[in-house]
Ligand binder design. Structure first.
Ligand SMILES: CC(C)(COP(=O)(O)OP(=O)(O)OC[C@H]1O[C@@H](n2cnc3c(N)ncnc32)[C@H](O)[C@@H]1OP(=O)(O)O)[C@@H](O)C(=O)NCCC(=O)NCCS
Length: 160
């Protein structure tokens, strides 16, 4: 880290960095998600503020996508709390600003999170929030899952 964006159409000045705090720089993203009532983004901010989830346990990570000085996307990797198996990770709170969608930014973010998962998790699962999100994850190679509490999963390549 930082990763540079080399996938898709995402512009060359896109940077992906770990987020340890969610300061004023994250306010436009929080406000947009609030306006569209995207509950999982509200939960990201609430859980970060209370300490309920700061993506700070082994293998966990919160990443931000930056276009210049502007935070344009976020996404997190947790140990999956729905299963009693330390080898299962979970993607959470993946959100790209509406003005920056379909530019490859979400794909860069999720691929960076999957690289973070290597060496920590065997599988990464998630629950897609919409049909559009499901199409996005399928495009990134996720399989549909019939398991409880997950709509999609992907095996993680182990570190060599
Ligand atoms: C889902 C989301 C993260 C995708 O981010 P993005 O930066 O727009 O995605 P990308 O540009 O990297 O898309 C990569 C590919 O995924 C697919 N895809 C992305 N958005 C899609 C949509 N709305 N409908 C269908 N396919 C879609 C496409 O195949 C796309 O490639 P293409 O643009 O060359 O056709 C973004 O739309 C978003 O934040 N949505 C609101 C919140 C949300 O639903 N988050 C997911 C929670 S589970």
């Amino acid at each position: 880290m930082p990763h540079s964006a080399t996938d898709g159409a995402a512009s060359a000045d896109l940077r992906i960095t770990p987020l340890v705090t969610l300061g004023p720089f994250a306010e436009p993203l929080r406000a947009e998600a609030e306006m569209w009532r995207v509950d999982f983004v509200r939960r990201l901010f609430e859980d970060h503020a209370t300490g309920a989830n700061r993506f700070d346990r082994p293998g966990e990570r919160l990443l931000g996508a930056w276009h210049g000085a502007r935070l344009v996307g976020v996404g997190g990797l947790n140990r999956d709390p729905y299963v009693a198996d330390d080898g299962i990770g979970r993607l959470r709170h993946v959100y790209v600003l509406a003005t920056h969608r379909r530019l490859g930014i979400g794909a860069v973010l999720v691929r960076a999170l999957l690289r973070e998962a290597e060496g920590h998790f065997r599988v990464v699962r998630l629950r897609a929030a919409s049909a559009e999100a499901a199409a996005f994850y399928r495009r990134l190679g996720f399989q549909e899952s019939a398991e409880p509490n997950a709509t999609h999963l992907i095996p993680v390549t182990p570190l060599r």
